[in-house]
Design a protein around this ligand. Structure first.
Ligand SMILES: C[S@@+](CC[C@H](N)C(=O)[O-])C[C@H]1O[C@@H](n2cnc3c(N)ncnc32)[C@H](O)[C@@H]1O
Length: 213
């Protein structure tokens, strides 16, 4: 497969995190299977993911979002993002990035499968919708920017909902220490050869922006 990603110099701010998250982490396996296997996302798995994040929702807002936002701001600044149109933040959690993202779009839809996460949103911005990234309530070709920040990748839906010039922003706020993580090469391999990417590291995280050739 022709893998085409341009790697920009690392933005040397913020600390890189050490840790013990690796390929054996349960969410890593789920992330790989959902991205690469047609049977990777089942109703049983969806129910487990909902339960997991519903249970974590109450304390999710206690995370240090100040240091985690760096890869997203870098992607927005250096990723060739064209503001405007419809943005979708998939797996928005408690909305830590929604206000920032809403500044870039005419409309921002914040989607999460966990009601408890949405219910605890800290952001007044964006339209919050409970939905499943494997089957989004969106017309084909209607989305200008799709943001996946520490969430699962559903390649078929990415391809379906993005407009001709639309782009996918993939952010892992703790880089390879993020439990739900795919390296940029894997994201590109999953979404297909008609996409090209630009990628970098910033602080503790990594980001990539993919658009069609
Ligand atoms: C690790 S959390 C990240 C939350 C937020 N993006 C952040 O970085 O703080 C992953 C989020 O993705 C959501 N999620 C997982 N699978 C999903 C799916 N199939 N559709 C929509 N949201 C999903 C979870 O409910 C959870 O809120």
């Amino acid at each position: 497969m022709n893998i085409e990603i341009t790697y920009l110099d690392r933005l040397d701010e913020g600390e890189v995190k050490d840790g013990s998250v690796n390929a054996e982490h349960p969410m890593r396996k789920v992330t790989q299977q959902v991205a690469f296997e047609s049977s990777g996302w089942t109703p049983e798995r969806a129910a487990k993911v909902v339960k997991l994040f519903d249970e974590m929702a109450e304390t999710w807002k206690d995370k240090d979002f100040d240091s985690r936002v760096l890869p997203l701001t870098d992607a927005l600044e250096r990723g060739g993002i064209v503001p405007g149109g419809l943005g979708v933040e998939l797996g928005c959690g408690t909305g830590a990035y929604s206000s920032l993202l809403s500044k870039y779009f005419d409309s921002l839809l914040c989607v999460d499968i966990s009601f408890e996460m949405l219910f605890r949103s800290s952001s007044p911005d964006g339209f919050r919708v409970r939905g499943d990234g494997s089957n989004l309530p969106l017309e084909s070709g209607s989305v200008d920017g799709l943001f996946c920040i520490n969430t699962l990748l559903f390649p078929k839906e990415v391809d379906r909902i993005l407009s001709k010039d639309g782009y996918l922003v993939w952010v892992s706020t703790s880089g390879s220490q993020t439990p739900i993580y795919l390296p940029p090469e894997d994201v590109l391999a999953a979404i297909g050869r008609e996409f090209v990417g630009v990628s970098s590291e910033a602080g503790p995280g990594t980001w990539s922006v993919f658009r069609r050739r």
